[in-house]
Write a protein that binds this ligand. Structure first.
Ligand code: PLP
Length: 403
């Protein structure tokens, strides 16, 4: 370990709030899907800042756009227009076929805005009892109190209750949703693939069935595409695969390639729900993050990244499936789409130990759910980098004793 790395680990362990469990390495630099720590060790970054690093680290276009915008203006407040945020709103509305965009700074804020929007929409319609959301077991929507209430995993909620009303039903069970819908329900919130829950895709046809059911009952549909959006699954939105247009959409993570941003988009029918003064954000829509996001969206197009994600996704599926066949005692299944996939460890294998072993060999991934080793690399990752990562996983699983 280098002196700098040791110093940072020691200082961090004393002064950072201890709500994370950092590995004792300090990352100092990145390029594409590669990272280097303060001791000069190279890592294949298959974590991508937790599905954030859309263009990879230090993408020249993103670096130049951020530097250029910083030299012009970073933040002006929402008392005025700024060019990047207006153009970003227009671009996102075009890409998603929605009509209005509200900007904030994180995923949980985008969910929070979505929940406030649907509540207030029914309030202004005089339907005061429509206060609840239907959400799914094993879901993750964020850490603020509203988003936490919608989250369907107790481990995130422990000690924070009571939380505002959400009804949780099994993910993928359309009949359970039908039974839960009633006059007190404003919206259904769904992740097309439950990311933090362990990279669990919704069953085929489920999103379409949800759309039909919510439309028929006058309930709103919120798609939380914070992890699945912005090209991660090979289409701009994962919902597109089933031709589903939600009423409300939450985006964040990859949208500005690592610069903090969140976005809530909605249909025209909802534009009256949050009038001036009813909701806002000091930093939301700042020129710097908006310019970064515009650059990400432009680069997705100019570099043909959606098609690339589909190709790389097939390669990753083939590679993980081959590992499943080679290590049936260590792996239970593989799942996911595009560049959001996971190899699920068998019960009895301690995922943290596997993470540490992978890290030692120069591979960074994360554990989602109880035992899913999640791959969510930059959308610009190369086939040879994916191969190298699969090779490291193979070697690590070979060394691992069966449970
Ligand atoms: N919703 C989903 C589907 C997520 O995956 C996440 C983060 O992992 C969030 C919401 C919360 O986003 P943030 O951590 O930016 O608040």
């Amino acid at each position: 370990m280098s002196a700098l790395q040791a110093e940072l680990a020691e200082l961090g362990s004393r002064h950072l709030y201890p709500n994370y469990r950092q590995a004792p390495i300090a990352i100092v630099r990145g390029e594409g899907a590669l990272l280097w720590d303060a001791a000069g060790n190279r890592y294949l970054d298959m974590l991508g800042g937790i599905a954030v690093s859309a263009l990879g680290h230090a993408h020249p276009k993103l670096v130049a756009a951020i530097a250029d915008q910083a030299a012009r203006v970073i933040q002006v407040s929402n008392y005025y227009y700024n060019e990047p945020s207006v153009r970003l709103a227009a671009k996102l509305c075009g890409l998603t076929r929605l009509d209005r965009a509200f900007f904030c700074n994180s995923g949980t804020e985008a969910v929070e805005a979505s929940l406030k929007l649907v509540r207030r929409h029914f309030h202004v319609q005089g339907q005061f009892e429509r206060l609840k959301v239907v959400a799914f077991t094993n879901s993750f929507h964020g850490r603020t109190l509203g988003a936490l209430a919608a989250t369907g995993q107790d481990k995130y909620k422990d000690g924070f209750g009571p939380l505002p009303g959400a009804l949780h039903v099994p993910f993928g069970d359309i009949e359970a949703v039908r039974r839960a819908l009633g006059p007190e329900v404003a919206a259904v919130i769904v992740e097309p693939i439950q990311g933090e829950g362990g990279v669990l895709p919704a069953p085929e046809g489920f999103l379409r069935a949800l759309r039909e059911l919510t439309t028929a009952t006058g309930t709103l549909l919120i798609a939380d595409e914070i992890q699945t959006g912005v090209g991660r699954t090979g289409t701009f939105l994962a919902c597109e695969r089933e031709g589903v247009l939600p009423d409300v959409l939450a985006l964040a993570k990859g949208l500005a390639g690592g610069v903090p941003i969140g976005a809530m988009l909605c249909t025209k029918a909802l534009e009256g729900a949050l009038p001036p003064g009813s909701h806002g954000s000091t930093f939301g829509g700042n020129a710097l993050a908006s310019r970064a996001a515009l650059t990400v969206l432009e680069t997705l197009e100019t570099e043909g990244l959606l098609a690339r994600v589909r190709e790389l996704g097939s390669l990753l599926t083939r590679g993980l499936t081959a590992l499943l066949a080679r290590h049936p005692q260590k792996l239970e299944t593989v799942r996911g789409t595009g560049l959001l996939q996971a190899a699920v460890l068998r019960e009895g294998i301690e995922p943290r130990g596997v993470l540490a072993a992978l890290q030692k060999r120069g591979l960074l991934v994360s554990v989602a759910g109880a035992r899913a080793l999640r791959f969510s690399p930059a959308l610009v990752v190369s086939p040879s980098e994916l191969d190298e990562a699969l090779g490291i996983l193979d070697a690590t699983l070979t060394e691992l004793s069966a449970p």
